[in-house]
Ligand binder design. Structure first.
Ligand code: HEM
Length: 127
């Protein structure tokens, strides 16, 4: 059985992970919607920081829950890489709002399927 302090840190990592993903998604959409040079730097910094929080807490959860790196985690890492790159890509290739939006939603859906359905695991082991 987990000790109270282990349970506390799991809760903190979970909150940071989901918060990081929510902020990353929000700031990514903000970057798609506002392509002006004035906001560009700020949006890239805040989306990059959110991405870092999501990634560090994700690896923290994987370690603390002794999950390791099964295929569903690897797929999530790929989704996270894609999601983290999209704000920057949208500035380099403006005018593709619909494409970047669809890609963002697809990466999020794929990552969520990996956590809650875990298609590569024999039984359901999700949170
Ligand atoms: C697009 C990227 C990602 C999304 C949308 C996402 C989303 C989520 C969500 C919603 C949860 C469930 C939280 C809960 O109910 O407690 C979760 C858990 C988790 N995520 Fe992520 N995540 C992403 C990227 C990552 C990355 C890069 C890692 C790196 C290792 C990671 C590792 C984990 C782990 C280990 C858990 C805990 C699973 C469990 O409680 O059994 N995630 N993620």
């Amino acid at each position: 059985m987990d000790t109270p302090s282990a349970m506390d840190s799991i809760a903190v990592f979970r909150i940071l992970h989901v918060l990081g993903i929510l902020l990353l998604t929000g700031f990514t959409f903000a970057a798609f919607a506002d392509q002006s040079r004035t906001r560009r730097r700020t949006l890239l910094i805040v989306s990059g920081t959110s991405s870092l929080i999501a990634m560090i807490s994700g690896f923290g959860l994987s370690g603390i829950l002794k999950i390791g790196f099964p295929l569903w985690i690897v797929v999530k890492i790929v989704c996270w890489l894609g999601l983290s790159a999209l704000a920057g890509i949208s500035y380099r290739k403006p005018g593709c709002f619909n494409l970047w939006t669809c890609l963002t939603v697809a990466l999020l859906v794929l990552a969520l399927i990996m956590v809650y359905i875990q298609p590569f695991s024999s039984g359901f082991e999700g949170p």
